[in-house]
Design a protein around this ligand. Sequence first.
Ligand code: HEM
Length: 186
Amino acid sequence: MKTKNLFPALMILAFAGLFFSACHKDSNKITPVKATLYDSLGGTAMVADPANPGKMIEKGYLGIRSVVDSTIFIIAADNRINGHFTTLLSEVSHKNLSGFDELSMNISTFVAVGTGAKDYTYMGMNMVDAHDPAKNPRMNGKATNADFNAFEADLVAGANKNHVPANLITSLGKIVESLRSQVVQM
Ligand code: HEM
């Protein structure tokens, strides 16, 4: 009689045991979080933005923007390819930095999103239109393969200037290389 009365309670205990052991297993399970290239470049940690006093910025974005800005300066002095940037260079020589600021933001955001940033949205033109002078009059003439090689070399120089580790430069280089056919349209 007693045994019969205990049966439902034992069943509940048995199910509860199964349930809790399943939960226990789940809570012990390590869900691997794959680090992105963006994480390696500094990730989402917030740091002071040296260009905007009082504002914070993701460390990954700041690192990328520093490389992009250095690279734009290197390109501006590179006679192999600076002829494509005549509009920008003319603006800067007249102390108008609006085009520079927009290009810096667009390339930085493009690279940030491409390397895994989640808190930024690229709002610029797609890579084909951005490098088609018919669609983007700021692009002075179509880029050749040689132009693209020079651009890559300038980007590596910009990354080195900002002490980006060699392995991360290699990873960035692979992403850039994957875009060659969209940028070189001749
Ligand atoms: C994978 C390599 C490259 C990337 C990721 C890239 C990215 C970009 C981006 C995001 C923009 C801005 C688009 C917009 O304003 O909506 C841009 C503009 C431009 N790109 Fe590139 N680009 C690359 C290679 C090149 C090369 C090889 C050249 C020529 C040597 C070039 C020349 C230009 C020029 C002249 C502009 C317009 C600049 C301005 O706004 O004044 N790009 N690029």
